[in-house]
Write a protein that binds this ligand. Structure first.
Ligand code: AMP
Length: 213
């Protein structure tokens, strides 16, 4: 089963991927995380990537497509979180035969509030919301015990830029995947538990359909 998670910044792609990973053993492939790893390791391409992320722009395809393809390798049970983010990127993975595209639909005012309250662990893997999904111990990641931080690209100015990029580059993917009948829309404005319940239902139905084939 191969799933793409589509949605604006702060729509909950990372949280839902973590929940699906735990329950259905999907491999969680996050383009943002792969890129942040390169930045953290200060690799040659990491230094270039950093400038794009910190400006709220998309990292050029020559870097991101390769990183994602290496992460996918020959896997066949995964979630692509934050990839593709443009029609051009989608064309690079047409041969993968994706089974389901989940669009996390949530109004902009709600995601802006979520991003302001978002904290992530030092590894960038685990995300929290100060009000709705707080860690058990304030300021500390439940999963790995590291100190929680605010992402450098979660500042109001960069968030604004990320939304502009989303509208221009990523939103056209909604029609692209509608045409191939892969798209299912989730109302992601609700509480994390309610959103996940909808996601779980859609994923379970899709898995049943695939098994019957
Ligand atoms: P995310 O962790 O998904 O919020 O992504 C954080 C940042 O990483 C984005 O604002 C982009 O700068 C970069 N990024 C993530 N995914 C992609 C992608 N598919 N293509 C280009 N840049 C990306």
């Amino acid at each position: 089963m191969k799933i793409i998670l589509l949605g604006p910044p702060g729509s909950g792609k990372g949280t839902i991927s973590e929940q699906l990973e735990t329950e259905f053993k999907f491999q969680h492939i996050s383009a943002g995380e792969l890129l942040r790893e390169e930045v953290a390791h200060k690799t040659t391409i990491g230094k270039v990537i950093k400038t794009y992320i910190e400006a709220g722009n998309l990292v050029p395809d020559e870097f991101v497509v390769q990183l994602v393809k290496i992460a996918i390798n020959k896997k066949d049970h995964y979630i692509l979180d934050g990839f593709p983010r443009s029609i051009e990127q989608a064309k690079h993975i047409e041969d993968l035969h994706i089974n389901l595209v989940l669009l996390l639909d949530v109004p902009e005012n709600i995601v802006i509030e979520r991003l302001a309250n978002r904290r992530v662990c030092q590894t960038g893997v685990h995300g929290y919301h100060l009000k709705y999904l707080p860690p058990k111990k304030p300021g500390i990641c439940d999963a790995d015990g590291t100190t929680l931080i605010q992402r450098p690209d979660d500042t109001p100015q960069i968030i604004k830029k990320r939304f502009q990029v989303y509208h221009k580059e990523t939103q056209p993917l909604i029609d692209y995947y509608k045409k191939s009948h892969l798209l299912q829309t989730i109302n992601a404005a609700d509480t994390p538990d309610t959103v996940y319940a909808q996601v779980k239902k859609v994923v379970t139905e899709a898995m049943t359909r695939i098994e019957k084939r």
